[in-house]
Design a protein around this ligand. Structure first.
Ligand code: AMP
Length: 569
């Protein structure tokens, strides 16, 4: 029996999902609209409450200044997004999504939920991981563990066939990141052997490339169009990109200055304009295989995860590289959340998972900046000295003794980096630690530096002066992506006064947002028709007759499905 509910959350760039581990396995939880996918979009409604999910997503075009999405890419940066007059960091925006998922889970389970396993791209750095933990804290959730997305996916697949002995490769192309992991499985034990990836490659880059191409066909450049037109063009590009996953060619009309203008794209042309992006997928795949000490032939199963692996070019690349078709028997949109729920089940020691053990690795090298001698009494700074090498099994702890370059030095500044380059300028700076040294020149100035990397992929750095046994811990400073504790507390207080749109009114908000979007995206008769329905629905809402509202909403949904299916944008 589980005595406490721990939920599994896939906090995605485009969509987020929540799942829970039950006696018969992991189960996805539907939101207030009945869907298991909640768009990672947030906005203000007219009454000042916060809308999350589908209603917010559908208002992206109609209420641009009040709505935002795709903020996961700003996790771990100090970038702020304006919603109305208020500025929000990605941690805060993500916390609204997490709050909404938490409310869905509580409604489903009928009890309070205060703990979660949250998935993150394997390639998320330390600052992005800490930002995810902060987002959860803002949403009143304790992070039991952060699980790497490809590892979560593998857990979901592994559970299906837990007695099998196999080695499999997980290719995860989401909206904003690309991850590759190799796992080995034998009698319930799942071991990640290697992970690699690209934190700046995702399905959204393919959409951007196609939007540029459509702009070229229309003779417009980003600088010539309004923000609204640009967002609409990108929306159209995204829709056509999805269509190209099932057909070789697609066309649509784009409304430019009140005139419907045709655009078209073939799969061939799409592959041509995204060839550079495709090339970037090869390196992490090759690195993961070689780091695991394997050859492509040693892999038994190839699993694809993340919405963007539905693109034909991705499937073709994988089929060519491995001479077999990739598997996707579990819906790629669901698999990470299902795996996060398995991890949550493991954390809650669910009896059904008694024989399952999972180990993960640190996907990148962690170290510090050093100086190397370049001649008589001359030192050159800027070099990277690894402490924990990539693909070390986690949790792990490593230490090393370092000393000052110069005996008169009274401080060592430890600059902490992550990455694979020998030069720190090409790696990611995580933070720094100032270690004051004993002033007495006769005292030994050696310092023991210890790096500890936990199962969530969070790093702790400690430095102990050996002579005095004085301990110093990493304080993240000078890194704008990391929020200091006082700032977290301050924002937490401010967030508690924000009101979330009531859960039982979300369906109305969502249908109105869709009607408004359909109105803006159509012309002529259709537009007049949508306008009439919108007015009628608002008057039904005034009646406050719940049954009548529900009935009309159902009818409108059917009408909208038809209108949204037509290719005018
Ligand atoms: P995820 O973060 O896993 O939800 O992945 C989202 C990304 O997958 C976005 O860039 C979507 O545009 C993309 N995506 C979802 N479905 C498809 C599809 N059928 N064809 C192409 N790309 C898709």
């Amino acid at each position: 029996m589980i005595d406490k509910a721990i939920i599994g959350i896939d906090l995605g760039t485009t969509n987020s999902l929540v799942a829970v581990f039950e006696a018969d396995g992991p189960k996805l939880i539907p939101n207030a609209l009945g869907s298991v996918m909640t768009p990672s979009a947030v906005g203000y409604a007219e009454d000042g409450t916060l809308l999350v999910g589908r209603a917010a997503r559908d208002r992206l075009l109609t209420h641009r200044d009040m709505t935002t999405a795709r903020f996961k890419r700003y996790m771990g940066t100090d970038h702020e997004v304006m919603l109305g007059k208020k500025a929000f960091r990605a941690e805060e925006l993500s916390s609204f999504v997490l709050r909404s998922l938490r409310a869905d889970a509580e409604a489903y389970l009928g009890k309070m939920v205060e703990e979660a396993v949250i998935s993150v791209p394997a390639y998320f750095n330390d600052i992005q991981r800490k930002a995810t933990v902060t987002a959860a804290e803002f949403a009143g959730l304790k992070v039991n563990r952060l699980v790497n997305e490809p590892t979560a996916a593998a857990l979901a697949y592994g559970l299906q066939d837990r007695e099998a002995e196999s080695t499999f490769l997980v290719v995860d192309l989401g909206g904003g990141t690309f991850d590759v992991s190799i796992l080995e499985m034998f009698s319930g034990v799942m071991e990640v052997r290697a992970s690699a990836g690209d934190a700046f490659l995702g399905g959204e880059d393919f959409t951007d490339a196609l939007a540029t191409e459509l702009g070229r066909q229309l003779g417009i450049q980003p600088k010539d169009v309004s923000k609204e037109e640009g967002a609409r063009l990108r929306g159209l590009a995204d829709k056509l990109k999805h269509q190209l996953s099932d057909r070789a060619e697609t066309t649509a009309d784009y409304i430019l200055k009140g005139e419907a203008r045709p655009v078209s794209i073939t799969r061939e042309k799409f592959d041509e304009i995204t060839a550079e992006l495709m090339k970037r997928m090869r390196l992490p795949i090759q690195r993961a295989i070689s780091d695991a000490g394997l050859r492509a032939d040693d892999l038994h199963r190839i699993i694809t995860v993340g919405g963007a692996t539905r693109m034909q070019s991705v499937r073709t690349l994988i089929t060519r590289l491995f001479k077999r078709f990739p598997e996707h028997s579990i819906d790629p949109d669901h698999v990470v959340a299902l795996g996060a729920a398995v991890q949550a089940g493991l954390a809650a020691r669910h009896a059904a998972l008694d024989d399952v053990v999972m180990t993960d690795v640190c996907p990148f090298t962690l170290g510090f900046e050093t100086s190397i001698p370049v001649g008589e009494d001359r030192w050159e700074a800027g070099h990277f000295s690894p402490m924990i090498e990539r693909n070390t099994v986690v949790p792990t702890s490593r230490s090393d003794v370092i000393g000052p370059v110069n005996a008169r030095q009274n401080e060592i500044r430890l600059n902490i980096y992550q990455g694979e380059s020998p030069f720190v300028k090409d790696n990611v700076r995580i933070g720094s630690l100032n270690v004051p040294l004993p002033s007495d020149p006769k005292t030994d100035k050696a310092v023991d530096v210890r790096y500890t990397y936990d199962t969530s992929g969070i790093l702790e750095v400690e430095a102990t002066i050996l002579a005095t046994k004085k301990l110093h811990r990493l304080v993240i400073e000078g890194n704008p992506g990391a929020m200091p504790r006082e700032e977290i507390e301050k924002r937490l207080k401010a967030l508690s006064s924000l009101k979330i749109h009531p859960r039982d009114e979300q369906e109305n908000a969502a249908i109105i947002a869709r009607l408004r979007a359909a109105y803006e995206n159509s012309l002529g008769e259709t537009r007049l028709y949508v306008g009439r329905i919108l007015a009628e629905f608002e008057s039904v809402m005034h009646s406050q007759d719940k049954r009548a509202i529900q009935e009309v909403r159902k009818q409108i949904d059917e009408i909208l499905i038809r209108i949204e299916g037509t290719d005018v944008f």
